[in-house]
Design a protein around this ligand. Structure first.
Ligand SMILES: NC(=O)c1ccc[n+]([C@@H]2O[C@H](COP(=O)([O-])OP(=O)(O)OC[C@H]3O[C@@H](n4cnc5c(N)ncnc54)[C@H](OP(=O)(O)O)[C@@H]3O)[C@@H](O)[C@H]2O)c1
Length: 365
């Protein structure tokens, strides 16, 4: 059946996520067409190395190392940025928005640092800027905060936002491995980068927490306001001590809003086994949102990987099809709220939860 409408996309990047997007658009083509009455067609993909073998059928689109092939093509409706890094990704996204192309991105650091500027530009240009894949991979938590809790006041966000750290902590707990050995395992399985610092030092979780906090709360939450601690100092003894107290250790990102200030923290926390996040193992992510009308909502799922991340990107493309109006960028505007929160971040009453736990001093914030 011929679709009434085709959405043309250009990919910036054809690595793990870009490949997953191409594969999933093909494998779920009928589902997409029957649900939306539209089809989605990839016209081109930007890469660094055109000749690199990709284990992917690229015969239906252009693979290029020239960004302008994608950015100036008037047929392309949506630019999907899945190349990562700050530059040239930011300049390419700006150029796409200035050309009135919608942008879908998975780039958490870029969003956390420049989401305000890019969101405002998208608004001015009358296009969408969507970034479901930037937080917690396949878990649709961005859309949940942006669109499904708009009549609620969200008071806190608490989650396991980095699958690599969760895998390492799970292996230390279940297999008695040292931090170094668990990290090596994660690298061997492709869960951790060759340079794992962004994951294990908590930067990656901080970016994701800042993105969620900027959408959920009416106060600007810059990454610099996140009190951050990684998991590199966790020893086998700490894990055993936690176990003896009926607890597990998880790297938790938490943002709480008391009506005046936002308190943002990322760090290892002792969780009692009955905590909703304590049973989250391996590379899984989980997020609990607390809001005044609905109460607690917890989402658990795969926080990274080719297909879960592609799922988030493709759901953003569905959203462009459903609602091309920038009206729904609105929650992004708190990225640009004038009241900065990067000085004198005070602890809020919610933090007492952690103070009351038995833990080495460094495990408390
Ligand atoms: N992987 C995940 O599970 C995951 C999950 C959530 C979010 N993300 C985010 O998604 C983005 C992509 O991640 P990924 O894992 O797919 O990365 P990746 O596998 O390293 O792929 C990056 C792609 O971008 C291309 N590229 C990079 N820099 C370029 C440049 N300057 N010019 C042209 N092409 C360039 C690369 O080309 P070559 O192939 O020629 O090298 C490659 O195709 C990142 O922002 C990441 O943080 C990833």
């Amino acid at each position: 059946m011929e679709s009434a409408h085709t959405l043309y996309i250009g990919l910036l990047g054809l690595g793990t996520v870009g490949r997953g997007v191409v594969r999933s658009l093909e494998s779920n083509r009928r589902q997409i067409e029957s649900r939306t009455g539209s089809s989605i067609k990839v016209l081109g993909a930007l890469v660094r190395h055109v000749e690199k073998p990709r284990n992917l059928d690229t015969s239906a689109f252009t693979v290029t190392d020239d960004p302008q092939t994608i950015l100036v093509d008037p047929r392309i409706d949506v630019v999907v940025e899945v190349m990562g890094g700050m530059e040239p990704a930011k300049s390419y996204i700006r150029q796409a928005l200035l050309s009135r192309k919608h942008v879908v991105t998975a780039n958490k650091e870029l969003l956390a640092r420049h989401g305000d500027e890019l969101g405002e530009l998208a608004d001015r240009q009358g296009v969408r800027l969507l970034f479901e894949a930037s937080v917690a991979g396949g878990i649709p938590v961005v859309r949940m905060v942006q669109q499904y809790l708009t009549a609620n006041r969200i008071t806190s966000i608490r989650g396991i936002l980095n699958g690599t750290c969760n895998y390492i902590l799970t292996k230390m707990e279940e297999d008695g491995l040292s931090f170094a050995d668990a990290l090596q395992n994660a690298q061997r399985l492709g869960y951790a980068e060759a340079d794992p610092q962004s994951d294990v030092e908590g930067y990656d979780s901080s970016y994701k927490l800042a993105i969620l906090a900027n959408m959920a709360f009416p106060i600007k939450s810059p990454v610099s306001a996140v009190q951050r601690q990684g998991i590199t100092r966790i020893s086998e003894q700490d894990i055993r001590t936690a176990q003896s107290k009926g607890c597990v250790i998880r790297l938790i990102g938490e943002a709480a809003y008391d009506g005046l200030q936002v308190n943002l923290q990322v760090g290892p926390r002792l969780l009692p086994r009955e905590d909703a996040l304590a049973g989250v193992r391996d590379v899984f992510n989980a997020v609990t949102l607390t809001a005044d009308v609905v109460g607690d909502l917890t989402f658990i799922g795969r926080g990274a990987g080719e297909l879960p991340t592609a799922s988030a990107v493709i759901e953003d493309l569905m959203e462009v099809l459903r609602t091309p109006s920038p009206y729904w960028n609105a929650p992004l505007r708190s990225f640009g709220a004038s009241e900065a929160n990067d000085k004198g971040v005070k602890r809020d009453p919610g933090a007492a939860y952690f103070d009351n736990m038995v833990a080495p001093a460094w495990l408390r914030s």
